[in-house]
Design a protein around this ligand. Structure first.
Ligand code: F3S
Length: 391
């Protein structure tokens, strides 16, 4: 088969159908994608992260397609959050009919050799290093991998991430190439950020994403830590289409490279543009963990909840592997009546649709809750979220 891409003999055999129809179709998909984007070759990947896992988003047609496939992932592959916690779905109030369909989706992925860690933070579970090539699909995970870890991934769709998992390679274009990772605009933050937490950085990302679109921004004037970087990137990927950003002196590529910033657009962001996003609308429920909480975030929530009892539903989301490694902290959180759920989140679970207004500490959730859950969203600091849930 003439593809226009350099393929090794094993790939040619796959394309000839010698390793089964599913592997053939998956490689055809990757080659077609590579041709569209001008890739010259495929690159081996370390891991895949596959979106299209919630029955709420893929529905019957997605499930039927998955069920028709017959092959196994050849690299570690994890799932994006699904529509419910795999083990505690009844406690979350999920309808049995939805649970049955969601379980069928999970079973289909399990048959394909995809691990059932349903999370947008696979980097807490599997080591991901500088320079690793990946095929990840959830936008916040893609942003964190590229920007904070210095790994290389385009934002894959669910089918292309699954195809990459099954073939173990992805087309080498876009952010896999060094030349496409340089800053395309500068954002100068004019604010005292010394006391900023995750919500402030999430709000900055929410605002910046609208300015940046799909360019690669280079931030100056901020010193975010890992959870705060996670918050900026997630929000910028939601209000914009940012898959990579740099922060001067903080992110790995900004420290390794000397970028010439003299000829690119520079925009200033003022504190007032961020603070006006913090509204005071009344809320029916509070949801934290978008992206899924880190161990440090769980620890902070436990500290803030000590001696308190929730008076409004307080949902906290984290990867099962993170929960399992922090059971004392999770028990302490749940003593307050709050619930820590794995595998799902405030956006992909249908349960959140019952609330008219949800408080979050995430710029990404601020952007997505109104569209995906139908309610209003209010952003606040984690301290404010706990206070509102326990007042
Ligand atoms: Fe993760 Fe769901 Fe937010 S997938 S980034 S918690 S919308």
């Amino acid at each position: 088969m003439v593809t226009g891409m350099q393929l090794d003999p094993d790939d040619e055999r796959i394309l000839a159908g010698e390793q089964g129809e599913t592997r053939q179709k998956m490689l055809e998909l990757l080659v077609a994608l590579g041709k569209v984007f001008g890739a010259e070759r495929l690159v081996p990947i370390k891991s895949a992260q596959v979106s299209g896992a919630s029955y709420k988003t893929i529905g019957k047609y997605g499930l039927d397609w998955l069920a028709s496939l017959d092959a196994k992932a050849v690299v570690p592959a994890v799932l994006n959050p699904i529509g419910m916690p795999r083990t505690r779905w009844q406690e979350m109030g999920i309808e049995p009919d939805f649970a049955e369909k969601q379980q069928a989706v999970v079973a289909a992925y399990e048959r394909l050799g995809v691990r059932l860690d349903c999370t947008c933070t696979p980097y807490y579970l599997y080591e991901t290093r500088y320079g690793d090539h990946l095929a990840w699909s959830e936008s916040s995970a893609v942003s964190y991998a590229n920007s904070v870890l210095g790994a290389r991934t385009n934002r894959e769709g669910g089918p292309s991430a699954l195809a990459a998992a099954i073939i173990g390679k992805t087309p080498c274009y876009g952010l896999h190439l060094e030349k496409n990772r340089v800053p395309q605009m500068v954002i100068d933050v004019h604010a005292d950020t010394s006391r900023w937490g995750v919500a402030d950085y999430g709000a900055l990302g929410y605002h910046a994403g609208k300015l940046v679109g799909n360019r690669i921004p280079y931030f100056r004037g901020i010193r975010p830590g890992p959870d705060q970087l996670k918050a900026i990137g997630a929000a910028m990927a939601a209000t914009g289409a940012v898959a990579l950003y740099h922060v001067e002196g903080v992110t790995p590529e900004s420290q390794k490279n000397r970028y010439d910033l003299s000829d690119i657009e520079a925009i200033a962001v003022e504190r007032t543009e961020i603070s006006r996003l913090f509204s005071q609308i009344p809320v029916d429920a509070v949801a934290v963990g978008c992206p899924h909480c880190s161990p440090a975030e769980l620890g902070e929530i436990a500290r803030l909840l000590t001696g308190k009892v929730v008076t409004k539903p307080l949902y906290i989301f984290a990867a099962q592997g993170v929960i399992d490694r922090n059971t004392k902290i999770v028990d302490s959180i749940e003593k307050s009546g709050a619930r820590v759920f794995a595998d799902t989140c405030m956006v992909v679970s249908p349960v959140m649709e019952q609330y008219a207004s949800i408080m979050v500490n995430s710029g990404k959730a601020l952007a997505y809750v109104p569209n995906m859950c139908g309610g209003q969203a209010r952003i606040g600091t984690i301290e404010d979220c706990v206070n509102v849930a326990t007042e």
